[in-house]
Design a protein around this ligand. Sequence first.
Ligand SMILES: [Mn+2]
Length: 422
Amino acid sequence: MFFDRNERTRSHHPADLAGMAKGTEKRHHHPDLTKLAGWKAMRKEAELPEGRWDEERRWALRMGLTGADTIEDKSIPTFARGELPHYAGINTFLKAPYAEDVLEVSHYDATVLGIPFDGGTTYRAGTRFGPQGVRKISALYTPYNYEIGVDLREQMTLCDAGDVFTIPANIEKSFDQISRAVSHVFSSGSLPIMIGGDHSIGFPCVRGIAECTSKKIGIVHFDRHADIQEKDLDERMHTTPWFHSTNLPNVPAKNLVQIGIGGWQVPREAVKVARERETNIITMGDMEKMGIDKTIEMALEMAWDGVDMVYMSFDIDSIDCGFVPGTGWPEPGGFLPREALALASGIAAEGICGMELVEVAPPYDVSDITALMGTRVIVDVLGALVANGKLGEHRKHIDKPVKIPHGEFEGKRWSNAEPHKF
Ligand SMILES: [Mn+2]
């Protein structure tokens, strides 16, 4: 029992607890709770604003009509709109506003875009359903994280721009569509967050960002696989993104840091390229020996050496396949979820110019756990960016923004010109 009520009144006041710790209280053995992250986090919540949450609830009543008379909570609408309930609604990522008009992404700090493409898969396909799978389970989350004391809804703006129109049977046309979409989002100033899709999208995603800037870009790549051979099965498959990315003039191979590589699925062709181009590989064993903090420190040092920004590529199969069955090339011996999340957050804490979460394949998933892990990687990265004040840092490097023409259309999509009058 923590407190004996006969001895003293329960208090959470730090001074009281500090007093106890110093032994000025009778209960000398009482632990100093103020040293716990849990104690600090509880206080930190009180400092977070709540204005956007109030706003969302008022918006929901406008969009979804006021609720039935019997409902006591007057913030509950008739039609579910916004975050609640978590099991209802038409899902965007984290129930963020849908930027159906993609010209509007410029209004948001970050934009999620789905890339439903699995034409680059060399074993089992299914990642074309990755964006749907991640969006679906992302509805489970609130925008608040207790441990880091961040509320994404209050501290940043996020939208979901929907999916890129990929071409199922044509890798190169899909790549062109993907680069075009990513360059649009990046040029708008919004941080692009891509949900794959197989790992072949890494190349067009990086290309889309790289063409909007004269600055240099490093890459931190989490994976079990090196993904840096030139071709696989005669095409630019999901085993090849870093070969082609590091051919781009402003994406130096020496700033490619690959974390978690190992096991029995690293093609020797890839190793030859990694060696020739002097990329940096930190194996799972290296990470285990050095520990998480040292791994982050080393990876940041190598990725940021002489470049202006860093891109993050997170392959869900970098996590042990026991935790992520829903993926195309499962491999045992990967990260534990806690390690992966800590590493991704640690890299994001220094800022990123974009990220991709790839290889979630819902057809092989169980209880949505792989998609949930993918969601978690993304929200943890956003949380780290917010907590460290790094969101929007990429904007100052956009010196060659692209402008993509849009079609012309006047009017509304409604089928009836006028509503019925009664
Ligand atoms: Mn992989």
